[in-house]
Design a protein around this ligand. Structure first.
Ligand code: GLY
Ligand code: MN
Ligand code: MN
Length: 449
């Protein structure tokens, strides 16, 4: 497992050099536009809990991770000067309380001029002497760690880097295929635990074991929802005991490889045929949406088009009546499907730049009535995004339809039938191609099944 997902994997090593060329070219451009000569990218530092001497889990600066798969290396810096080998200031403290980072090793190491330092006092000597020509990229809650660099995260540079990160390199695609595979292994183990009648907590543990992640290593908190918990969009409570009557299971869980995430959702019925048929209908709808993905498509249109498709499913399932346009206009589809169709995926689960029209940072707003849509861009080849339509009984939203034009379009008896099952979401991770798409998730399930 470790060889495949680790930083000795020769297949990833073969792609990494060209990834780094893309990353450096993006920084050349960002530095030029920002009028600076050096980028100093800080990995970040763990944060203490309030009034405590324990740290919150460390999450490295995603800009740092885009350079190298060093997701557990705090107090470290990449110094990039166009035309020169990037310098990696690698922090390896003398510390007998914790495990310290080992010697720099892996397919990435030969691409850097590595300077191992043992205390933060040694860092300044490795930074460019003229701090005025530097920009710093990262989170600095202690100004001293910026070592006198005053231009921190300038928008000119950050907008360019965020916008360009929407398109993945071959290396990133390879890493994300592995993250999809790792997530698929977890989903298979979780489904087996669910079929075995286990609690949410136990299913979660089965998932973590299969992907070999501790909780902080997961790209986001697992959503492991039995029965009506599936209607809570970000349910993360993990009941310790299985309910008496187990009807349904919604699992939204991912995995990561070298800091790149997968984000996968599946829904299962525990024997109820009507709910099973509704899942199959939603699955077919999800695949039909995925099938439309290709370069040049406006993701906003795909999102609104999904509402029309969902309207048909609602009518067929006797949850609603009326024509699709009416169900959209009266807010019926939004009450059943109140989140966005998906988002960019990468180092961050909800990856940056989803609303950016261009590298100068012009924003494309979500369509009116759909404020939660995280991706509004026109799709480009090699973007990776999620497609995750859903349908839930969320009483707080459905009750808002009472007394409006929508009320008569909802079949409240069928809503009562669906409520104990919670809801359905199917989510795949998709790579955009010139004339179609690659379904990272379905391919991964096929490989590991
Ligand atoms: N798991 C969070 C999401 O699907 O966006
Ligand atoms: Mn998800
Ligand atoms: Mn998602």
């Amino acid at each position: 497992m470790n060889t495949r997902y680790g930083d000795k994997n020769p297949a990833l090593g073969a792609l990494y050099g060209s990834h780094l060329e893309t990353v450096t070219a993006r920084h050349d451009h960002a530095l030029e536009q920002a009028g600076a000569s050096h980028a100093v990218i800080y990995s970040g530092n763990p944060k203490l809990a309030f009034l405590d001497d324990y740290h919150h889990p460390f999450k490295a600066n995603p800009h740092f991770v885009s350079w190298a798969p060093l997701i557990t290396l705090p107090f470290s810096y990449i110094v990039y000067t166009p035309g020169e080998t990037p310098v990696l200031i690698y922090y390896q403290p003398h510390d007998y309380w914790h495990v310290v980072p080992g010697s720099p090793d892996g397919y990435w190491a030969s691409h850097f001029d590595i300077r191992v330092v043992h205390s933060t006092d040694e860092i300044a000597a490795h930074l460019p002497a003229n701090r005025e020509k530097c920009i710093a990229i990262g989170e600095f809650d202690d100004e001293a760690l910026a070592f006198g660099i005053e231009r921190i995260n300038p928008n000119t540079a950050i907008n360019i880097l965020h916008f360009s990160r929407g398109v993945k390199t071959e290396y990133e695609l390879a890493v994300m295929r592995l993250a999809a595979e790792r997530g698929a292994l977890g989903h298979i183990a979780a489904e087996a635990a669910f079929r075995d009648g286990r609690s949410e907590f136990d299913i979660h543990r089965a998932y973590c074991k299969a992907v070999s992640h501790t909780d902080p290593e997961l790209p986001y908190g697992n959503i492991i929802a039995i029965n009506d918990h599936g209607a809570v969009l970000h349910y993360t409570d993990l009941d310790r005991k299985a309910p008496e009557s187990i009807r349904s299971f919604l699992i939204d869980a991912g995995a990561q490889v070298h800091g790149y995430a997968s984000d996968i959702t599946r829904t299962y019925s525990n024997g109820d045929q009507r709910f099973q048929e509704l899942i199959e209908r939603m699955d077919a709808m999800e695949l039909a949406i995925v099938d439309k993905v290709q370069a040049g498509l406006d993701y906003r249109e795909l999102h609104v088009g999904t509402h029309k498709m969902l309207a048909e499913v609602l009518v067929d399932a006797e949850l609603a009546s009326g024509n699709p346009d009416t169900l959209l206009e009266t807010g019926v589809t939004t009450a059943f499907f109140p989140h966005g169709l998906g988002h960019l995926l990468g180092i961050q689960v909800h990856d940056v730049g989803g609303h950016q029209e261009n590298e100068s940072g012009t924003i494309i707003d979500p369509p009116s009535g759909h404020p939660f849509l995280r991706l509004t861009r026109v799709l480009k080849e090699d973007m990776v995004l999620t497609i995750e339509p859903g349908m839930y009984v969320i009483d707080m939203l459905l009750e808002n339809l009472r007394g409006t034009a929508a009320e008569g379009h909802v079949n409240w008896d069928t809503v009562d039938w669906l409520r104990p099952f919670g809801g359905i979401r199917i989510e795949d991770d998709i790579r955009v191609m010139a004339n179609g798409q690659e379904n990272l998730t379905r391919d991964a399930f096929r490989r590991v099944s």
